[in-house]
Design a protein around this ligand. Sequence first.
Ligand code: SF4
Length: 755
Amino acid sequence: MAFDLDMIKKVYDRYSTRVAAARKATGKPLTLTEKILYAHLSEGEAHKAFARGVDYVDFAPDRVAMQDATAQMALLQFMQAGRPKVAVPSTVHCDHLIQAKIGAEVDLNTAKDTNKEVYDFLASVSDKYGIGFWKPGAGIIHQVVLENYAFPGGMMIGTDSHTPNAGGLGMIAIGVGGADACDVMAGLPWELKFPKLIGVKLTGKLSGWSSAKDVILKVAGILTVKGGTGAIVEYFGEGARSLSATGKGTICNMGAEIGATTSVFGYDEKAAIYLRGTKREEIAALADAIKEHLTGDAEVYANPEQYFDQVIEINLSELEPHVNGPFTPDLAWPISKFAAAVKENNWPATLEVGLIGSCTNSSYEDITRAASIARQAVDKHLKTKAEFTITPGSEQVRYTVDRDGYLGTFAEMGGVVLANACGPCIGQWARHTDDPTRKNSIITSFNRNFAKRQDGNPNTHAFVASPEIVTAFAIAGDLTFNPLTDTLTNEQGQQVKLDEPQGIEMPIKGYAVEDAGYQAPAEDGSKVEVKVDPKSARLQLLDPFAAWEGTDLNGLKLLIKAKGKCTTDHISMAGPWLKFRGHLDNISNNMLIGAINYFNNTADSVKNQLTGEYGPVPATQRDYKANNIGTIVVGDENYGEGSSREHAAMEPRHLGVRAILVKSFARIHETNLKKQGMLGITFADPADYDKVQEDDSIDIQGLTSFAPGKQLTVVLHHKDGSTDSFAVNHTYNAQQIEWFKAGGALNIIRKQMAN
Ligand code: SF4
């Protein structure tokens, strides 16, 4: 599990020259975010004053982390690159596929059985290509990364939206799709729109019931779920320096809920304490040596309004504990106003389940603070009214808090310890309920609380708070209880009050673990065989896509003319299809089934020009493919918006669609199409969209002289014998044209590796 000290040294070595170059290029003092970004510009990317929120820039991240659900396609693609090993240190974490039902041990064993083929594949592919593998039960990706791999001033991408958790240790850590992870592991640069910057100045100091979680609950209330879009949030000020590194991790983690690209704190004494406490003294020493580069410039923090696009100030001394929800994480209630909100809105006041832990809130400090409340319940003879579960974030934390007696305290209070995995946080929760149609309330210390997120039940009102507040509510079983002011009646009929929580930042006896659940990769992976059962429904090895045939594309049939919104979810639906995300052919049976056919206003019903009959999009496309006929998909504005899902680009490619012609593309999807060797083009005149008819055969001309900035021509051959011809645009640069010609970016890398 060793972190890569040589890599970190190399990153730190370039800091002073890169930061000096950035200061010169921008002509101003720098925020921490800018320093980290400039230190990670990809080779060949010029130092200049990038327009925030506008310019796309190539970066070279230091690490890749993948969770088990999204790692499958990322690694299947990576195998296509022909590299003997990943280009940057990478890890896989088995956390998302474990369902919480009975308790840690039984649930873990069930998951190992149910997901055996996926785990075997991930373990063997990791072993072969030099990737660290964290087995099921080892913990949740972000907690494991914080404990082992995050480092101040680093840059990481991860195939999970809460990757920003590592910002607690001063890393720019960004959640991405599998295609991006594949590129970075294959040695390609990684593109990001140069972010806007939001500064959050923290003054004062937390006390009493308030915790780091309340900082982000408050920020979410201010910025809302969209307010951070396209921005990196940088925290600073004396209040920031007073927070533990794990508390900072909680804040950065849940920053995903405001749509932020990521969030970050500077390197400080708390970060050094955490690094030393997690047996990474060497990193703390290296960071100390360049610490002026691992925080923003003093001028920036003295006059933040001049350097950030937006500044928010929060006084921690005045911060009340918050409860956010239901159904959205930005509905923020200070605890003093929450009871009234519950009554006014008629939300179910009876609390059915309290859940603490997850990647967001399961540090030693979190657990000890929550346990100090649980202890009082036992000592003060209070009977816990709601169900109560604890999800440790990693085996190291679980082992340590068990050794120190805290899990025992939770058990005395009636709590159930779940596996070190995502479980209820991602809906992997077989919740016991007598009546799912009843409106009901739960409260968690997780990060996301959209409808159905935890238990799939739209009647569940999920609230989010800190672990200590969740524990207090679980004891009371009543959301109108305010633990700061109210009393509870104990089993002896006495009125008792809960005292303020007490936490311990770092374990006094140090962290300990018997088996962290880590599998190191083979030194020489060349003999390791990747395990995929050819009969598997969940996994399928990929074959390289074919290279371009070197001619114009003539006689393509129109597969679908999509009308209106066509997001990546319309192109490749999630839900039940996710179980096939490692099997391209099976998941391709969802291709474009959500898109609305312009000609009949119906989803998943298109005319098969070979038979004249209407049928589902995937089946129709498979018929064309079987007859060796290429097709084209036509779409409207912002085609492919939504989450970066590589399947949305791979499925059409796999099934034989040759081109996507739209009014405009969502940028990420357009890039994903290019990487897969697909032709993505736009109408030069959007009105030409109206010329496309249902029975058209379509030619794309000009490909033999395909060049950056040069338009192509589309010819529509209508059924009545008439034709329409018009210019189309593209945004392919020289490199991307090579991807198109080779049949995909990975085909080029494979060729390079073979030479
Ligand atoms: S615990 Fe929840 S938020 Fe964290 S990685 Fe798992 S599903 Fe995502």
